[in-house]
Ligand binder design. Structure first.
Ligand code: DP6
Length: 355
């Protein structure tokens, strides 16, 4: 290979994830104030293919062309350039590259689903593959994913958990061996009930969020409850991890609902304050709790930093929950929109788009 003029490409499909213990608050260079744990999803994913050409000379940042779903997209291009420029020293060959990036999501852009976890992890995985190609390195799978998780984190914190199958944890916690603030780790000794756990995303509103995650995280700095929140997240991490190992759905369910409501409570008492739940979010929560009480089925909700409900339940309840959604929840979703997702097996390498 002519080392002054290398060309090639890399492609990855990477999924979104849903946090059970929430990352909310960061410091320094994208370091989390508390540990978080998430399910990696399967149906909500991004596919990214990066073509690269080495220009043979260095610049302060790589040249980037960015196409989202076939069309040039300036806003995404700027976010990616900013990430690459800030982290230029992570990957020395980057300075010489012209990158042509094309990305597609399996879910509609304005569906109320945050795409940064899937899109930034897909991009980071492509960059790691390119790095290996250019330096002719064959890293083992564990090292490769650790590096991809590290780079994903620098682009968007929650993205670092998406590179692993099923369940991942990010942030150092006394209850998780090898956990680290710099990258996520895979949690492997998980009870089989979670292998095909469901996450139905009930779209209450497709509107773009009124507060970005970055602003939300920064508001934790002045929040008077911050320190007790970080302690609570550490306790929840330990409790959720043990519920995940034992298949204890009731303990898991109680904590994930606590986590969702705490996240929104923190936003409501920050300065300025934000209320991201909508009336239909609250109505759904009360219907879910009523249904759970009457049916005694292990079905629980969580929320991201937005109004949409994630309904979590084991596969054994699938038929009952389908009926419950049709009867009681569908009419509260915007345009009857639901994205049915499940715990998934993590990113895969691709040569062409499937979307
Ligand atoms: C509420 O990962 O989007 O979804 O690091 O600023 O990109 P940045 O934030 P981001 O925050 C996600 C917050 C959350 C909880 C979670 O996924 O843990």
């Amino acid at each position: 290979m002519d080392n002054n003029h290398q060309t090639g490409s890399a492609g990855w499909r990477s999924p979104s994830n849903i946090a059970l213990v929430k990352y909310w608050g960061k410091y320094g260079k994208q370091l989390p104030q508390n540990p978080s744990i998430s399910f990696t999803l399967s149906q909500a994913f991004t596919e990214t293919i990066v073509r690269y050409e080495s220009l043979g000379y260095e610049q302060d940042k790589p040249l980037v062309d960015f196409y989202f779903e076939g069309k040039p997209n300036e806003a995404f291009k700027m976010r990616i350039e900013d990430f690459l420029k800030t982290n230029i020293n992570e990957f020395s060959k980057l300075k010489e590259l012209h990158l042509s990036i094309e990305s597609r999501n399996s879910f509609p852009h304005s569906s109320g689903i945050a795409s940064s976890a899937s899109s930034m992890s897909a991009l980071a995985l492509c960059l790691c593959s390119i790095e290996n190609q250019m330096t002719e390195t064959v890293s083992n799978q564990d090292e490769f994913l650790k590096r991809a998780s590290h780079l994903s984190r620098l682009a968007s914190g929650s993205a670092c958990r998406s590179v692993y199958p099923k369940v991942a944890a990010w942030g150092s916690s006394s209850s998780i061996p090898n956990s680290d603030n710099l990258f996520a780790v895979s949690l492997t000794n998980i009870h089989p009930v979670f292998d095909d756990f469901h996450d139905d995303i009930l779209i209450v509103s497709k509107e773009e969020k009124s507060v970005s995650s970055s602003i939300g995280h920064s508001l934790m700095n002045g929040n008077i409850y911050a320190e007790s929140r970080y302690r609570q997240a550490e306790d929840h991490t330990q409790q959720i991890y043990s519920a995940l190992q034992n298949g204890d759905l009731r303990s898991l369910g109680k904590i994930i609902e606590d986590e969702a409501l705490t996240l929104h409570a923190l936003m409501m008492c920050s300065d300025p304050s934000f209320i991201l739940m909508k009336p239909n979010t609250l109505e759904m929560i009360s219907r879910i709790r009523r249904f759970r009480k009457n049916s005694e089925l292990p079905v629980y909700f969580t929320l991201d930093a937005g109004p949409n409900i994630h309904l979590l339940y084991p596969d054994s309840c699938k038929n009952d929950i389908e009926g419950f959604i049709e009867r009681d929840l569908l009419s509260l979703c915007e345009d009857g929109n639901i994205i049915k997702d499940q715990v998934g097996s993590g990113p895969i390498e691709i040569n062409s788009f499937s979307l």
